[in-house]
Design a binder for this molecule. Structure first.
Ligand code: PXG
Length: 297
């Protein structure tokens, strides 16, 4: 089944481009049996693959952390991604790159799976409604804590997303789209699929990687590039929920969400309840940069 009208989605899997209904993974694949594998979500803007190099490096870092060796080189995976994007005639959309441990026995042993499964999906993306970027989104604070680095480092973008999904269910139950998670020490970490930034008295800060977060590619783009070019340096520091409640502005970043303001958290209003001026500058500068000449590094 294609997702669009008259369009069969082509999937790249284990070296071949095939129609979606032929792209199959075995029930004996440990990606399915144990969530043993890793992935990336990547955006295509105006024919350019945003931060593809950074996503590939993070994918290789995740794979190394779980001792999964890709059967394809980074250059081969990059070619596979570009091939999949052009086969689906996408100039704007979303790419999902997945490595699974591969087919094995009914036992945890990862090294009894001889060949990792690799696939690339490229499709259109369902975005948050534009109105949310103007009025700001509402989120909650999840009861569920972010899994500690000592147990499963959130820097590994693994196929094991149940920690985030359980927090996401809390958000859905509360009628909102995201949930902010604290780490086991009570520091603010991140949302289920987005990083978090606070604005206070003109200063912008975000939790450091050692808060136990995924070091988002969008987050790093703001720290390295957008912040400095807007004259708004971003500081990494640990902070508590109290500082979130007392923030002037709050915003989230992620591949799917881009940059989006948060105006309510639970029943508390952030700042004056509108998307603040600094958040607006990041939202519009982000859009301008990715739509004109999205960096692929
Ligand atoms: N934290 C977590 C736990 C994530 O999963 C981010 C932060 C933001 O990272 P990037 O690199 O995207 O700036 C993520 C990324 C989806 C979706 O479909 C979620 C993500 C990425 C792409 C799509 O909800 N999460």
């Amino acid at each position: 089944m294609g997702h669009g009208v008259n369009r069969t989605v082509k999937i790249w899997i284990d070296g071949q481009l095939v129609p979606e209904d032929e792209a199959k993974v075995s029930v004996m694949d440990h990606g399915l049996l144990y969530g043993d594998g890793c992935f990336e979500g990547i955006r295509i803007y105006n024919g350019r693959i945003f931060k593809l190099g950074s996503h590939l490096r993070r994918m290789w870092d995740s794979a190394e952390e779980i001792r999964l060796q890709s059967p394809y080189s980074m250059e081969e995976v990059e070619r596979a991604i570009r091939e999949t994007v052009s086969a689906n005639q996408l100039t704007d959309g979303y790419i999902r790159l997945v490595f699974t441990r591969g087919v094995g026995t009914l036992g945890l042993h990862p090294f009894l799976c001889p060949v990792p499964t690799v696939f690339v999906i490229a499709d259109t993306i369902k975005l948050y409604p534009q109105e949310l970027y103007e009025s700001g989104m509402q989120i909650i604070v999840a009861e569920r804590r972010r899994v500690p680095r000592e147990c499963l480092d959130p820097q590994i973008k693994s196929l094991n997303y149940l920690n985030n999904i359980l927090a996401k269910i809390e958000a859905i139950d509360a009628g909102v789209l995201e949930a902010l998670m604290l780490n086991m020490e009570g520091w603010v970490s991140e949302c289920t699929g987005d990083n978090v930034f606070v604005v206070k008295d003109g200063a912008v800060f975000t939790p450091p990687p050692d808060a136990g977060i995924l070091n988002g590619i969008t987050r790093q783009f703001l720290i390295d590039d957008l912040g400095p070019s807007l004259g708004l340096p971003i500081q990494e520091k640990l902070f508590r929920l109290e500082e979130v409640y007392q923030a002037d502005e709050l915003f989230l970043t992620g591949t799917a969400a881009e940059v989006i303001g948060v105006t309510r958290i639970g029943d508390r209003v952030i700042g004056d309840g509108t998307v603040g001026p600094i958040t607006r500058r990041f939202v519009s500068e982000f859009r301008a940069r990715v739509t004109s000449d999205a960096p692929e590094d």
